[in-house]
Design a protein around this ligand. Structure first.
Ligand SMILES: O=C([O-])CC(=O)C(=O)O
Ligand SMILES: [Mg+2]
Length: 211
């Protein structure tokens, strides 16, 4: 049994287009969730520094809880614009990345990390400006033995993520959009956002307006 699986990692460059990622970048994650029946929202995974925000293409990674060997290997195959989406089993006892792995990712053009698990060096990650979303922060370091997998579908907070899916994350949290549905969902999210802008003006004018 191999302890890694990288053959589908390259498919992360397929899936959602650069144009849709650019449009998604300026839309609140709440509006994107609403645009897909309020589903695809990964609860409990939060920005590790204030103002962190990302939009990109998912490169899914599964790792044994508390072990980050496979994350180093995933960075060997990651493409610019990828978001490393890591199922760490929800374990918060050991950090799976810190600011050194973060700096390497930044230099590779990686859009950021979404981790169902913990991280460390949160201040350093904020200083280099790499968007990272995780379940917790702990100073306890990871082991580096494996096993792990790259490019297979994973779950984060019970939400399935496949290579090439659209990931959008901001102060409110993380939302996952199927790659093949992303254009349609983002179009709907743009309409929802425009509708909210109109409602905000209407509420300013009369508090009698209901949401
Ligand atoms: O030691 C590790 O593997 C994680 C870490 O703190 C870093 O990347 O800075
Ligand atoms: Mg560190």
């Amino acid at each position: 049994m191999p302890n890694e699986y990288a053959s589908s990692a390259g498919t992360a460059t397929a899936g959602v287009s650069d144009g849709v990622i650019e449009r998604a970048r300026s839309i609140p994650s709440a509006n994107i969730g609403d645009a897909q029946e309020r589903l695809g929202t990964a609860s409990g995974i939060r920005p590790v520094w204030d103002g962190a925000q990302l939009a990109g293409r998912a490169l899914p990674v599964w790792t044994r809880p508390g072990d980050n060997l496979i994350i180093h290997k995933a960075l060997d195959v990651a493409q610019p614009g990828d978001v490393l989406v890591v199922n760490g089993g929800g374990d918060v006892s050991r950090a799976l990345i810190g600011d050194l792995i973060g700096l390497r990712a930044l230099r590779l053009g990686v859009a950021g990390f979404v981790i169902d698990g913990a991280i460390r060096d949160a201040v350093g990650l904020g200083e280099i400006g790499l968007p990272v979303f995780a379940r917790a922060v702990t100073q306890a370091g990871p082991f580096k033995f494996g096993p792990g997998r790259i490019g297979i579908p994973v779950a984060i907070s019970g939400v399935v993520v496949e290579a090439g899916d659209l990931i959008v994350a901001d102060d409110d949290g993380v939302v996952v959009v199927r790659g093949e549905e992303a254009d349609e969902v983002i179009t709907r999210a743009e309409e929802i956002e425009a509708g909210e802008r109109r409602k905000r003006i209407a509420i300013e004018e009369s508090a009698g307006v209901r949401v």
